[in-house]
Design a binder for this molecule. Structure first.
Ligand SMILES: [Zn+2]
Length: 341
């Protein structure tokens, strides 16, 4: 059963924190990306997280339908089925859901989990993310509390965000705006712990200068010590700490990644780098096979090179190679808990 049960998922998150590693969390949009991710986790003997964004869900539902929740259900069901073929644990998660999308995305997915649970299965997703960071802190926490209650009733973990991850992702552009919120404060982290800890299992995407997308070296100033300082105020007062999530992992320096892990980061989101890893071999295939790809001057092209399987398989392998590097960077390589928990 390689999509973990909720009990196994909590154990995965806690083991990563106590042993000092983090799970690569890759955004998936197609079967090729899913298969590339599963192949990578198995090859690296690393457990991992597969996640679906609203844009990814809308894409997967088809351009005529564009229903983010429906597409997320389709991708998640595919992962449940395909992951059975591998000896690693791969959890399912949904990425940024803004406050105004809760009713059209999160709640239908919770409903889908409710139905699965009623039929004796586990929930559809192991965890969801609510990103109410565009709201004032007080309203963000109020909605986060409400959604954590709804998730916890189904045994589902909720990831929340305080502060704002910079850059642009999934059609949401935070570049330039919210500059004051790019670094979460220890007081905000303490408030989050106090609001959410009594209600259920949660993870926190605190921001420490991280941005979505990839930037040229030097453009992004990460301050992982912000995470350390926030954990310290919680530890001083409650002798506890939080599970942290690193958004915008693509293009980050290894030293910053490892430092963030040392402060309790147990999940790092990777999207931009794996998008590129998927597209680059396809671009090379096209560039090297123009005469076969196109029917030029009355010629018939070459079915062997324009069959989409030929180049999509190269994309799948590109994903698999990049994610294995991620498992090594995040120290999750060789640490699968499959068969042990
Ligand atoms: Zn993110």
């Amino acid at each position: 059963m390689p999509v973990p049960t909720q009990e196994q998922y909590i154990k995965m998150l806690d083991t990563a924190k106590s042993e000092g590693y983090a799970y690569p969390a890759i955004n998936v949009t197609t079967l090729e990306v899913i298969n590339g991710a599963l192949k990578a986790f198995a090859a690296a003997k690393s457990d991992g997280i597969i996640q679906v964004s609203l844009g990814g869900g809308a894409f997967a539902s088809g351009s005529a339908v564009k229903d983010a929740a429906l597409g997320a259900i389709v991708l998640a069901e595919a992962v449940h089925t395909l992951a059975e073929q591998y000896d690693v644990l791969v959890a399912l998660h949904t990425d940024h859901c803004q406050a105004n999308k809760v009713d059209s995305f999160l709640r239908p997915l919770l409903e889908a989990s409710k139905k699965r649970i009623a039929s004796g299965k586990g929930p559809l997703f192991n965890s969801h993310m609510l990103d109410a960071s565009d709201l004032p802190m007080e309203q963000n926490l109020a909605l986060s509390k409400q959604m954590l209650k709804e998730c916890a009733a189904l045994g589902i973990v909720l990831e929340v965000e305080i502060g704002v991850v910079g850059g642009e992702e999934d059609g949401v552009d935070n570049s330039g705006a919210h500059a004051d919120k790019l670094y979460t404060t220890p007081a905000d982290m303490l408030d989050t712990y106090e609001a959410l800890n009594p209600l259920g299992q949660f993870m926190l995407a605190a921001t420490f200068g991280n941005v979505h997308g990839v930037y040229k070296p030097g453009a992004v100033k990460l301050e992982p010590k912000i995470l350390r300082d926030g954990q310290k105020v919680v530890a001083d007062q409650y002798n506890d700490d939080m599970r942290l999530v690193f958004h915008g992992g693509s293009g980050s320096e290894l030293a910053d990644i490892r430092e963030a892990i040392s402060y309790g980061v147990i999940k790092m989101n990777i999207d931009t780098d794996t998008q590129y890893a998927f597209s680059k071999p396809i671009m090379l295939h096209m560039a090297q096979n123009i005469a076969g790809m196109l029917k030029i001057d009355g010629e018939v092209g070459n079915k062997k090179v324009y069959d989409p399987r030929t180049y999509l398989a190269k994309g799948e392998n590109g994903i698999a190679e990049r994610l294995q590097v991620a498992a090594s960077d995040l120290l999750s390589e060789g640490k699968t808990l499959f068969g042990k928990i």
